[in-house]
Design a protein around this ligand. Structure first.
Ligand SMILES: [Zn+2]
Ligand SMILES: [Zn+2]
Length: 445
């Protein structure tokens, strides 16, 4: 009997060791390969709606992880654009369906990080201009963590059941990618998921941390184009013309009262006039002034009211200036690239926070403030938020660097900065663990 025990001890021990093979060690084992993928994607960034190489790489990796993969998923409103969406379906019997999303595109930014794997890519943009390209928003960290998540879940099939839909989405930065996937029948062809999960690196919390917000986490984003019309003429004869420049100035100032006087201060609103162009010369009063605005809100009712207020005030100021009705300002809100606010289902957020605290430690999970930034991850939850969704952050900054900048009273490089350089290993590792533990909890046997 004793001999039997001794003989079988090593086998027994290895079974226990296998059973204890934690997600942490799985993630650690994958890290060198994920780092190679990260550096490859980082040095080969692609602009929104041009993610051809990145999509092929993700498709290959999802197949290797055990997914059925569909490439070239998506249909943009602009027929000239090719969609490079990649959908990987991992099936494991009956059970819930969970959507896991990464984005894949980069930005027209010239990288100034000085990293050995920094991007040197220059391409022609859609207007035919040469632009540098950089993963300045860290979507390359998302791709690496997304692939790590697919690999981990492929190896942990004994711990979950159901269907995971891995979505590698193009064109997040221009706000059209998620809609293009839904328009191509993402939910009609694959069914609506029970839950949707997305993540984003964060440029102001330490690598190793997860940050999340309950409720609204990012804003409705609308772009508004305004043409203020006047009756141009000689700068020396203002009494014979209608000056659109003075009128535009009046309109801009009055718009500020939408936020300060017409809005409930407990409902956040941002109204920024980012561009104004009018005129050609000192002494010529032009016929028109063109403006471009970005408007940020959370609640859809607030969004509708603010957009209506912008129109009403522009037209009201023009009437007050004596502009004839047929020359009233033209206010338009293009559908692209508007984005709806992302709403983290409070119940689901609480559930995941508890899971992350267990897997990463209480001190590594923080509740963070929502932002007035936008992310079209919101589309997967549908406008009525009927699909419970959580969009969480993983820290991307070396804690020592955060301290160094704090001491010097300086701001860290933000997302979209040419100097944004995530510290890859702990950033990707936390992304893998955060997403995988969330999926495992929602799909556990
Ligand atoms: Zn971005
Ligand atoms: Zn981003």
């Amino acid at each position: 009997m004793k001999l039997f025990s001794i003989l079988f001890l090593p086998v027994f021990a290895s079974v226990v060791a296998f059973a204890q093979q934690t997600l942490q060690s799985l993630a650690d084992a994958e890290l060198p390969s994920l780092l190679t993928i990260y550096k490859d994607v980082h040095s080969h960034p692609e602009l929104s709606a041009h993610e051809e190489r990145t999509a092929a790489l993700v498709a290959k990796e999802l197949r290797a992880a055990g997914c059925e993969v569909t490439e070239h998923f998506g249909s943009y409103d602009d027929p000239k654009l090719k969609a490079y969406g990649v959908i990987g379906v991992m099936k494991n019997g009956d059970g819930p369906t969970v959507l896991v999303r990464t984005d894949a595109d980069a930005l027209p930014v010239e990288e100034e990080t000085g990293l050995p794997y920094a991007s040197k890519v220059v391409v022609k943009n859609d207007d035919g201009r040469d632009v540098h390209v950089m993963h300045a928003c860290g979507h390359d960290t998302h791709i690496a963590a997304f692939i790590g998540t697919a690999r981990s879940l492929g190896k942990l099939k004994d711990q979950w059941h159901g269907t995971i839909v891995f979505v590698a989405q193009p064109a997040e930065e221009i706000g059209t990618g998620a809609r293009a996937l839904l328009k191509d029948g993402l939910y009609d062809r694959l069914g609506k998921p029970n839950f949707a999960l997305g993540f984003h690196d964060k440029a102001d919390i330490p690598a190793g941390h997860i940050g999340v917000t309950e409720g609204y986490t990012s804003a409705n984003v609308d772009f508004v184009d305004v043409t203020v019309r006047g009756i141009g003429g000689h700068g020396a004869y203002p009494h014979k013309i209608k000056d659109p420049i003075v009128l535009a100035a009046e309109i801009i100032n009055t718009w500020q009262t939408i936020v300060s006087r017409e809005n409930n201060p407990l409902d956040p609103v941002v109204l920024t006039v980012g561009s104004i162009h009018g005129g050609t010369k000192h002494n010529v009063i032009p016929d028109e002034v063109k403006m471009q605005l970005t408007v940020r809100t959370y609640k859809s009712k607030v969004r509708e009211r603010v957009l209506a207020d912008i129109d009403r005030i522009a037209k009201g100021c023009a009437a007050a200036a004596g502009m004839p009705a047929e020359l009233a300002p033209i206010v338009s809100v293009p559908k692209d690239p508007s984005t709806i606010a992302a709403y983290n289902n409070p119940e689901l957020t609480k559930r995941l926070v508890a899971i992350w605290k267990k897997s990463l430690g209480d001190e590594n999970v923080e509740m963070v403030d929502p932002t007035m930034g936008g992310d079209d991850f919101s589309e997967y939850s549908l406008p009525d938020h009927s699909i419970p969704a959580v969009y969480f952050h993983f820290g991307a900054v070396d804690p020592a660097k955060i301290e160094e900048f704090k001491k010097a009273g300086k701001e860290l490089p933000t997302l979209h900065s040419s100097k944004f350089a995530p510290v890859p290993e702990p950033t990707i590792r936390t992304g893998v663990i955060g997403m995988t533990t969330a999926v495992l909890d929602l799909m556990k046997k």
